[in-house]
Design a protein around this ligand. Sequence first.
Ligand code: N01
Length: 530
Amino acid sequence: MHYDALIAGAGFAGLYQLLCLRDRLGLKARVFEAGGDLGGTWYWNRYPGARCDSESHAYRYFFSRELAEEWQSTERYPGPAEIRAYLDHVARKFDLRRDIRFNTRVTAAQFDEAEKLWRIETESGETCTATWFVAAVGCLSSANVPAIPGLADFRGRWYHTGQWPHEGVDFAGKRVGQIGTGSTGIQAAPVIAETAAHLTVFQRTANYSVPARNAPLSPEFHRWAREHFEEIRAIAQSTVNGHAFRIEERNVADVSPEECQRIYEAAWEKGGLQFRATFKDLLTDRAANATAAEFLKARIRAIVKDPATADALADIDHPYSAKRPPIDTGYFETFNRPNVALVNLRQDPIERITPEGIRTKSKEHPLDIIVFATGFDALTGPLLKMDIRGRGGRSLREDWKAGPETYLGLQVPGYPNFFTITGPGSPSVLTNMPVAIEQHVEWITDCIAHVRRNGLATVEPAAEAARAWGERVQEAAKATLLYDAKHSWYFGANVEGKPQVFMPYAGGLNRYRRICEGIAARGYEGFVTG
Ligand code: N01
């Protein structure tokens, strides 16, 4: 079978790309999705407490006002089931399902230079060809289970949060060990603790967290969001991170220490990722950042009653927000429960998993269930799971051995007509994803339209353009405190053997959007067409 466009993935990115290529450009487009239904990350991430950290009125598509009018989220932050229901609504409204094949994982794609098309293979051995190949595989879809010795011998059950069983897991009466205290672990622990007999949280790196303060949304809020749709969209599309709140114009040094505390207290009460928006220099100035860090550490100490546990939780080694900042519902309070314990792996590292549980340097922790909240092989992982081969049979796995090289996170030199939605080198994971996704999908659609309109067959970046963009990505990161947290997954530090390169573009989604628009306006500068 030949398609004009083959899209891998049916999350936010794949759905909108299908709509744009099929309905706006009139292409014969098809989506292959590994999962059994729509949703991407929300199809797989069904762990206890899973909820989006972006607010409902911004975690959505903005391309259709009509769509926005039709959909109301029930809570401030949408949960996986509601997000899947939203995507189902989108798919029905635009009749997308008829062009999506589920349970179909793309495993390989090779560019045929003579025919100028992609030869694509699926897990079941099926093949097809496509002129355009778009990877909409997400940034955080390749689960990372660390290679701790002994896992195969564990007699209990174990789960990774990113591959959670759809039927759920019953923790009642069970001794549970949770490894990982990132955004996921911080959401999961309070919910697991509610029903487990005992929960042990194994913490390697202590983390900041701000209360999410989730709540039902009122009819007044829905009315406000409907009436302010254009304004919300304008903010989301013009801020550095794609959220529907502006970052304050002030620096920490512009206000008195007392005023600074009042601002943090108000942001803490309001809850959510907006805490980052209280001052514009929080991510660029160490002294400014330290004021937020100290405020948040003091909150941990005020909440957690056991002083040793509070010390371990507040012993945070990186600037606030230099790693992706979690938001939570009762995370630190969970450690006041009698059935919850914290193990500080910095002092008492894991030696191995045994048939009975987890053995750390000082003792054995008997467990019935281990929950790996250990994150993902981010950004490059989902792409490199596929064996992608470009001109002359060159392999993406080989080409990216020292780290990803892309132009704008959109294309790779030597891989014509292959696009990555929110790929490495784009703002992607530093943003509210649907807003970054819409920008990419629309840019890709325009680029493909440009190639077709001009009677051309292929488009790919010049190697020099990709090299220069790679340097800009590094410079942008170095201008922020994100570059201080070398152990973050933004660098790939969480996956053994992965090259340590800062992957997302940290210059801001707003600036990035202007760069992409400028490049297109100048006749797709840096791209080579054929
Ligand atoms: O993964 P993470 P995540 N031994 O990599 C620890 C998005 N997200 O799934 O920090 C012991 O952040 C690791 O320790 P360390 C969001 O972008 C969004 O939590 O590497 N511990 C860390 O504590 C987020 O950032 C939402 O030292 C090990 C944890 O496991 C991204 O997904 C919700 C270990 C992994 O944290 C990933 O978050 C949730 C080992 N061998 C997530 N290996 C919403 O918006 C790893 N760890 C809803």
